[in-house]
Design a protein. Structure first.
Lengths: 54, 244
């Protein structure tokens, strides 16, 4: 199977790749938001902890 | 059993276990995801009726299954927290709801994209599609409830009641293709006596289902740990973790 055939998806390229595109965006957003929230939480708690100790 | 529940419900215990669990779940997720994508997009032959468009199944079905699975988690955690008042189940339900909503959105949108070439339309108001849309509204209602109350305990209780009432929708979604006539095709996988899908198509699907499930667990664990840290920020073990 050639690479062109693979991307053409038997004429369904627009449907198949847009479905996979949306999936990757949704999965990526889930990862991004979870990791950002974790970093923010740890930063804030460290700051609060630091100011309490002074 | 009761002792075990309380030990599992202890935030520190859960935090420690989840760090180990996260590592393994992430590895399984990545391996299954790569294997499933390669098998589904490259190795599996084109469907004899649907051509290459059937490959949307590898994101559509796992997303749809997870949208139901996570809702059952919401309802189960809701029941547990109403009965035993265990904090950790409140947290798990709260962090799971947005993930479930995103999977429901994914199932609906990939289904619409798949419907256009196969049915000639993005959307029909049939039983399967409508009940899945109601599921999305249940999730959004749950999320709205969580942010509507300042007191997290009241929010959790209200959410638990909504989740338990909404659970009636889950069997409706599952059996909708059998109870009502619909454009949506019948179950492909769960007919174990006579599977209607070839192994080269089935194995990538199973891999993708495992990948989506472990993805959910991995994301939920990260979010749960953040919530535990916030909640337990005055306890000595959290200070120790943040100190180094």
């Amino acid at each position: 199977m050639s690479l062109n055939n693979f991307f053409a998806m038997g004429g369904y390229a627009a449907y198949v790749w847009s479905a996979y595109g949306i999936s990757f965006i949704v999965l990526f957003l889930n990862i991004f938001l979870a990791v950002r929230n974790e970093r923010k939480t740890i930063d804030e708690l460290k700051k609060r902890l630091g100011s309490n100790n002074k | 059993m009761y002792k075990w529940i309380h030990q599992f419900g202890s935030p520190k215990y859960f935090y420690d276990i989840s760090l180990h669990l996260s590592k393994w779940v992430t590895i399984v997720c990545i391996v299954c995801f790569i294997g499933g994508l390669y098998g589904g997009l490259v190795l599996a032959p084109a469907d004899y009726q649907q051509g290459d468009s059937f490959r949307i199944i590898y994101v559509h079905v796992p997303a749809a299954w997870m949208s139901l699975f996570i809702y059952v988690i919401l309802a189960t955690s809701g029941a547990i927290s109403l009965i035993w008042h265990i904090k950790i189940t409140d947290i798990i339900a709260r962090v799971s709801a947005p993930i479930g909503a995103s999977f429901t959105f994914l199932a609906l949108s990939t289904g619409a994209i798949w419907g256009k070439p196969m049915w000639g339309t993005y959307w029909v108001w049939d039983a399967r599609l409508t009940s899945e849309l109601i599921l999305l509204f249940l999730y959004l209602g749950y999320i709205a409830l969580q942010s509507a109350f300042d007191d997290k305990r009241i929010a959790a209780r209200a959410g638990a009641i909504l989740a338990l009432i909404g659970i009636i929708n889950i069997p409706i979604i599952h059996y909708s293709v059998e109870w009502w006539s619909t454009l949506h095709q019948g179950p492909t996988i769960t007919k174990l006596d006579k599977p209607s899908i070839h192994l080269t198509m089935l194995i990538p699907l199973i891999l993708m289902v495992i990948a989506f499930k472990t993805f959910y667990i991995a994301i939920a664990l990260i979010k749960t740990r953040s919530e535990i840290l916030k909640y337990e920020c005055n306890s000595s073990w959290v200070k120790k973790i943040l100190g180094n």
